[in-house]
Ligand binder design. Structure first.
Ligand SMILES: [Zn+2]
Length: 343
């Protein structure tokens, strides 16, 4: 597939407008209901599309405007899950959250985001990306009272994710991205079944497939955890060779302001690398030149035709103004390097 040199995209989420849900807050409840909520979500999708297009972002996200949370909203739409009687669990060994409980066999009785993306498809001519949680991250974001095996549950989630993803592609989605922050924590499980369940989720989609692996949103629990990781974050060193040998097309990773040794991206040889050039854990807005600097460093280890400019993670914990400014910096920074490359 030919495509423009050094395309830009974002990991996924953006803050929501204040009339839809409280911005800069994870799991913020909706402020509307019924038909008003449906309309409000669609208006928010329109807004984030225009904002990305104006900023020079090319592979467009819905900013996850139609979901409360990137994992639980999907899980709550499945059969076999009780989301009224939640249990408190520790997420990725880091922070407590009230999560749904698996009480019986998992099934997807109805599409979850398909209508949202059909709407989005009609709103833009550009390539669009849909994000879904990865199987391992789903397993790690609930309480299982039925299967008694993380691997078994992951295979069930992979099956229903694949059903959803196939319908998203049929609705006109060009890239399906699975978010697997859990891949940075459970290395033995990634090796034993994480990659295989991810491939199962992405099987036969006929579109570009991507996996996003990061060190989490810029919330306190994650920032504290990062402080314990030392001066070199080598977590990717364990997963990248496995992903390089996998059928997944693209890998989205955290880079700018992180302690990830940039040369680790060479382990992804042959894959598209979505380099995080925007730090989502600070309100300080990067300059275009800083973004360009991060992308240039990446180019020492990835060929230009495989480099994609991206954010470190979702921007939902930021204010709208900051997120919009960071989008513009990303677009402008990528444009500088694209010009240098003769694109
Ligand atoms: Zn992330």
């Amino acid at each position: 597939m030919t495509r423009p040199l050094l395309p830009t995209t974002i990991t996924g989420s953006l803050p929501k407008p204040g009339w839809l849900a409280e911005p800069a807050r994870l799991w913020a409840p909706w402020k509307l209901e019924g038909a008003g909520l449906t309309e409000g979500k669609r208006d928010a999708v329109r807004l984030v599309l225009r904002e990305q297009e104006k900023a020079g972002i090319q592979i467009l996200s819905d900013g996850e405007q139609t979901r409360q949370h990137f994992v639980t909203t999907f899980i709550e739409n499945l059969e076999g899950v009780d989301f009224e009687h939640r249990k408190t669990v520790r997420i990725r060994n880091r922070y407590d959250a009230d999560v749904p409980v698996v009480t019986g066999p998992i099934a997807r009785r109805h599409p979850v985001y398909v209508e949202d993306f059909r709407f989005m498809r009609a709103e833009t001519a550009g390539p669009i990306k849909a994000t879904l949680p990865g199987p391992m991250t789903m397993v790690d974001t609930l309480y299982d009272a039925h299967y008694g095996s993380r691997e078994k549950l992951a295979w069930e989630f992979a099956r229903v994710l694949n059903e959803e993803a196939r319908e998203l592609v049929a609705a006109g989605v060009n890239v399906v991205q699975f978010d697997e922050p859990a891949f940075n924590v459970y290395f033995d499980e990634v090796r034993d079944w994480g990659i295989r369940t991810l491939e199962r989720a992405a099987e036969g989609l006929g579109c570009t497939t991507c996996v996003h692996i990061c060190y989490g949103y810029g919330i306190k629990a994650n920032i504290d955890w990062k402080k314990t990781l030392g001066s070199e974050w080598r977590q990717y060193e364990q997963t990248f060779p496995l992903l390089q040998a996998s059928k997944i097309d693209q890998v989205s990773l955290e880079c700018h302001n992180s302690n990830v040794p940039i040369e680790l991206i060479a382990l992804l040889r042959g894959k598209d690398v979505l380099v995080g050039a925007i730090d989502v854990a600070t309100d300080r807005v990067e300059t275009p030149e800083e973004v360009a600097g991060t992308l240039r460093k990446a180019l020492d280890h990835v060929s230009p035709e495989h480099l994609v400019a991206c954010t470190n993670c979702g921007m939902v914990p930021l204010t709208r103004d900051v997120a919009a400014a960071k989008l513009r910096a990303l677009g402008a920074g990528a444009a500088i390097v694209r010009k240098e490359l003769g694109g």
